[in-house]
Design a protein around this ligand. Structure first.
Ligand code: PMP
Length: 429
């Protein structure tokens, strides 16, 4: 057959799932090939513009292709690619910056993704404590690796038990993970009373964002801190989403609850692959790539100069300009005005979120736990968002996904979002 010139067809031939490969699997969005992005928008290969509230699951807090970040990457690329010995000047500056910003961080290791950061966090916790069990919470996602193989629970029938999201995970790993309810301090106390001596780590998204946005109750986070301290377990805040986006000190800065280890990623480098694991010096000093090191750590591309330059430029701009002020103000507008837009339609809807993040659940009351969220009207949620995409406004049409604002979004964008949401929900009813 003659070679096809259609990009989606070319994708189908060489990429499993075609344009809907892997994490980009959005049923029904069959032909979306992305061409470029700038500010609050991206464009597909047919030249169609979308205002972007998906934001690649969160990184571009400054907006896409920020000129300062892009310039820093280009300059770094001309100066240094990769030597893989010693550390670079940029790595030192980035680690110093994170130590200055994030309360729990005394030492920092750079990774290329958030998954690596959470993997190493659990590994060092198990090595140092000599224990096996990891506690995680329903609805929280921590990456793609086996160590926290129990991830977002996506089906009601999985609630209350374990939730392997994929096949191919060793049963031993599943057995070494306890899944508890979020915002349930009694459940945490009970788990520690029964298993405390075997719990190596508690890992938590301090604000679970992989099911929209569940706001934590202070007593819950404080209970995690208290129980970990009392039982010698390592508390890990997975701030891959909350870090930087919700404030330069992360959620530990907002809540005042300081974990032992913190994992970061996403907004640190505004869209370039940088993750970080940092925390207490006595834990972090276990890592080394030397033979016989207590915990082996390596990664050819960790701390790559170009992405480190992206992170430094991002953090410099976030500190110099009123980025958080801007996105928080727009976020407040969405959360304050959207309920008034939806109320006349007579559909139950609550709008929640924090700072630059917002999400609409089709429920009567704000959810507290992941189990509450299962009352959300999935058909409405996915359906109205598909109608948003048709209007050129990209909120991810997958169940329970949050939306993000950036420094590049304007009040006019919010006006358009409110109008489009009203129309999309009305048409979906
Ligand atoms: N932790 C959290 C809270 C996340 O949201 C994610 C990614 N969505 C990860 C870890 C994994 O990060 P990455 O995709 O960079 O491996």
């Amino acid at each position: 057959p003659a070679p096809s010139t259609s990009l989606p067809e070319r994708a189908r031939r060489v990429i499993p799932g075609g344009v809907n490969s892997g994490q980009r699997n959005v049923p029904g969005l069959t032909d979306l090939v992305i061409s470029r992005a700038q500010g609050a928008s991206f464009w597909d290969s047919d030249g169609r513009q979308y205002t972007d509230y998906h934001a690649a699951f969160g990184p571009p807090l400054l907006g896409h292709n920020d000129p300062d970040v892009a310039g820093a990457v280009a300059e770094a690329g001309r100066k240094l690619d990769l030597c893989g010995v010693g550390v670079t000047e940029g790595e030192i500056e980035l680690a110093e910056t994170l130590v200055e910003l994030i309360p729990s961080m005394e030492r920092v290791l750079l990774t290329s993704t958030g998954s690596e950061a959470t993997f190493h966090a659990l590994r060092v916790a198990r090595a140092v404590t000599g224990r096996r069990l990891v506690v995680k919470f329903q609805g929280c996602y921590h990456g793609w690796h086996d160590s926290v193989s129990l991830n977002v629970i996506s089906a009601p029938e999985r609630v209350g038990g374990k939730d392997p999201i994929s096949t191919g995970i060793l049963p031993e790993v599943l057995d070494a993970t306890l899944v508890l309810r979020f915002n349930d301090p009694d459940g945490v106390r009970a788990a520690f009373a029964e298993h405390g001596a075997d719990i190596a780590a508690v890992i938590v998204e301090p604000v679970p964002h992989n099911v929209g946005c569940l706001l934590p109750e202070q007593e819950f986070l404080q209970t995690l801190r208290d129980e970990c301290t009392a039982h010698g377990s390592v508390l890990v805040f997975d701030e891959v989403i909350t870090g930087i986006r919700h404030g330069l000190a992360g959620w530990q800065g907002v809540s005042g609850v300081v974990p032992d280890l913190t994992t970061m990623g996403k907004a640190i480098a505004n869209g370039y692959p940088v993750g970080a694991l940092g925390g207490r010096a006595d834990l972090m000093d276990q890592f080394s790539s030397r033979p016989g090191a207590p915990v082996f750590f390596a990664g050819t591309y960790n701390g790559h100069p170009a992405v480190v330059a992206a992170a430094l430029a991002t953090l410099r701009k976030l500190r110099a300009e009123p980025v958080h002020e801007h996105v928080f103000r727009l976020g407040e507008r969405v959360r304050a005005e959207l309920p008034g837009v939806l109320a006349p339609l007579g559909v139950p809807a609550v709008v929640t979120g924090y700072g630059s993040v917002f999400v609409t659940y089709f429920m009567d009351e704000l959810p507290r736990t992941y189990e509450d969220l299962l009352a959300n009207d999935t058909g409405m949620f996915v359906g109205y968002r598909r109608r948003m995409v048709d209007q050129g406004i990209f909120e991810l049409p997958l169940n329970l996904k949050r939306s993000h604002l950036s420094y590049a979004h304007t009040d006019a964008d919010v006006d358009r979002l409110l109008e489009a949401t009203e129309r999309a929900v009305r048409e979906q009813l």
